[in-house]
Design a protein around this ligand. Structure first.
Ligand code: SAM
Length: 254
């Protein structure tokens, strides 16, 4: 997967060199390209923002600079060595007013050959940028949660890691994804339950007997019961959602 990120803080993405993402990059599974937005600014101060029309506090990122940057990055991607990927990227614009970024969206993005992220600072990017690229690309305005960050870079880090770990060959054991919280199938609308490793007793806390029993059926049922309990305690909204029909008779007793 090719990932382009345009930002006034490309150095913010250093964590993508570390751990799973770093290995995915080394192995060529994740091909990340960072671009400094200010390279497309025209004045000596490399200004990328201006005062908002209609007044109010804060500054807004200028459309001409984003437009030139996005056009140039798309051209670069299209003419990349080997000619891959062809076509157009899916453009992702982080904003607290976007649609929620969920595991389902991460799975959708993991199927894309090319993503282009446009994280903003200040009060965001002039809205005409999304309107303009929406006429020729698939553009998503996406929020990573109901809170406001200082900039979109942290949101992009979150999304790239969530998507990157789903790419084939990144995780050692593909079953980890199937067992995750929110995974489609048995875990849809459920949080993962508690996990344990050796020793069997630590500071007086024991590992639940069932996990030491070797009985796969009972372990699977116990895990599902714990997932339901944890979901009911921490995220009752998930159980009240449309996935409720997926609960079986035994689930309803937990
Ligand atoms: N005034 C904007 C609002 O209330 O919607 C918030 C602007 S915020 C200070 C600056 C930038 O941080 C946003 O344009 C976006 O790129 C990013 N950002 C902040 N919170 C975010 C969130 N929850 N999800 C995704 N991006 C976010």
């Amino acid at each position: 997967m090719r990932v382009d990120i345009i930002s006034i803080f490309p150095e913010y993405f250093a964590p993508l060199d570390v751990s799973l993402m770093g290995k995915a990059r080394e192995r060529g599974i994740l091909d990340i390209h960072l671009h400094q937005l200010r390279d497309w600014a025209h004045d000596v101060h490399k200004t990328v923002d201006d005062t908002p029309y209609g007044g109010g506090p804060g500054m807004v990122m200028k459309p001409e600079i984003w437009g030139e940057a996005v056009d140039a990055v798309i051209d670069l991607g299209r003419s990349a060595e080997g000619g891959e990927p062809s076509g157009s990227p899916r453009m992702v614009v982080p904003t607290p007013s976007g649609r929620p970024f969920t595991q389902e969206v991460a799975l959708e993005y993991a199927k894309e050959p090319w993503l282009l992220f446009a994280p903003a600072r200040y009060e965001g990017i002039d809205s005409r940028v999304v309107a303009e690229y929406g006429t020729r690309l698939r553009v998503d305005e996406v929020s990573i949660g109901d809170y406001v960050l200082a900039g979109g870079e942290a949101a992009v880090l979150v999304m790239v890691e969530a998507v990157g770990r789903l790419l084939p060959g990144v995780l050692g054991n593909v079953r980890s994804v199937a067992d995750d919280s929110f995974a489609p199938g048995a875990m849809a609308n459920l949080l993962e339950g508690p996990v344990y490793t050796k020793p069997p007793v630590w500071r007086g806390h024991e590992v639940p007997d069932v996990l030491l029993s070797g009985h796969h059926g009972k372990i699977a049922r116990w895990r599902r019961d714990e997932a339901l309990r944890r979901t009911a305690a921490n995220r009752p909204d998930l159980l009240a959602g449309p996935g409720r029909d997926a609960l079986d008779a035994r689930d309803r007793q937990v």
